[in-house]
Design a binder for this molecule. Structure first.
Ligand SMILES: Nc1ncnc2c1ncn2[C@@H]1O[C@H](COP(=O)(O)OP(=O)(O)OP(=O)(O)O)[C@@H](O)[C@H]1O
Length: 224
C-alpha cells in the first residue's frame, strides 16, 4: 500500500475572472522510503500539491489517502493531529519562532504533542546535536545563519518522529555550502527510512532524489 496517494486532485483558487486552476487532476502515489523531488516551472502548482499531500491544505476536488486512510473526510482538528503524528515540514523561509531559542523551537511540536518536559528537553538537545548545532541551542533565530536556522527547522521537523518530511525549496534561501549540508542531512534521514517529498526547481538538488516528478500547468508530465 502506498504511504501517500493522491487521486484526481484539483485545486481551484478564487472565482470568476480571478479563477486559477492550480492543479488539474493529479494522480500520484508515493511509497514508504522514497525520496521524491517535485519539479517544474514557477507557478505550475508544486507548492500547492505539496501542501495538499501534507494536509496543510485541502483539494477542491479529489482525494488524498495516507496509508489507505481517506483524509478528505477529516475535519481540521483531525488533520492537525495526523500532521503532528506523521509529518515534518521544512520551508524555504524556515518559519522559526523568533522569540524562542533553537531549543524551544525544537521542543514546540513536542509540547503540542503533550510530551513531558524532561523528555522534550532531552530529545530537542539530541536532535540539535544531530544537525550539528550542539553549541547553538540557546541562540535565537536572528543569532543564527540561514543554514543554521534551516538545520533548527529540520530538528524541529524531526521532533515527533515523522514518517514523512515535506520540504518546500529547503535550500532556496541558502548559499551552496549551507545548501549542501541541508541536503546531505535530508539524504541521511531518508537512508534511515524517512520518506522525503521535496519541491525544488534546482536540477542539482533533484539528484538527491530517488524519483523526479515533473509538473507543468497543474499537471504531472512525467514520473521518472
Ligand atoms: N492562495 C492562493 N490564491 C490564489 N492563487 C494562488 C494561491 N496560491 C497559489 N496560487 C496560484 O496557483 C498557481 C500555483 O501556485 P504554486 O505556488 O503551487 O506554484 P509553484 O509551482 O510552487 O510556484 P513557485 O515555484 O513559483 O513557488 C499559481 O498560478 C499561483 O499564482
Amino acid at each position: 500500500m502506498a504511504l501517500i496517494e493522491g487521486r484526481n486532485i484539483w485545486k481551484i483558487y478564487g472565482s470568476g475572472e480571478a479563477k486559477t486552476y492550480a492543479l488539474r487532476g493529479i494522480d500520484i502515489s508515493i511509497n514508504e522510503g522514497e525520496f521524491v523531488a517535485i519539479m517544474g516551472p514557477s507557478g505550475c502548482g508544486k507548492s500547492t500539491l505539496l501542501n495538499i499531500l501534507g494536509l496543510l491544505d485541502v483539494p477542491t476536488r479529489g482525494e488524498v489517502y495516507i496509508k489507505g486512510k481517506k483524509t478528505t473526510l477529516m475535519n481540521e482538528n483531525e488533520r492537525a493531529i495526523f500532521r503532528r503524528k506523521i509529518s515534518g515540514f521544512i520551508f524555504q523561509q524556515f518559519h522559526l519562532i523568533k522569540t524562542l531559542t533553537a531549543l524551544e523551537n525544537v521542543e514546540l511540536p513536542m509540547i503540542l504533542d503533550e510530551k513531558d518536559k524532561k523528555y522534550r528537553r532531552k530529545r530537542a538537545k539530541k536532535l540539535l546535536e544531530m544537525v550539528g548545532l550542539a553549541e547553538r541551542i540557546y541562540h535565537y533565530p536572528n543569532q543564527l545563519s540561514g543554514g543554521q536556522q534551516q538545520r533548527v527547522a529540520i530538528a524541529r521537523a524531526l521532533a515527533n518522529n515523522p514518517k514523512i518530511i515535506f520540504a518546500d525549496e529547503p535550500t532556496g534561501n541558502l548559499d551552496s555550502k549551507s545548501g549542501k549540508i541541508v541536503m546531505d542531512l535530508l539524504k541521511e534521514l531518508n537512508e534511515k527510512g524517512i520518506t522525503i517529498i521535496m519541491v525544488t526547481h534546482d536540477k542539482d538538488l533533484a539528484k538527491y532524489a530517488s524519483r523526479i516528478i515533473k509538473m507543468k500547468d497543474g499537471k504531472i508530465v512525467s514520473y521518472e
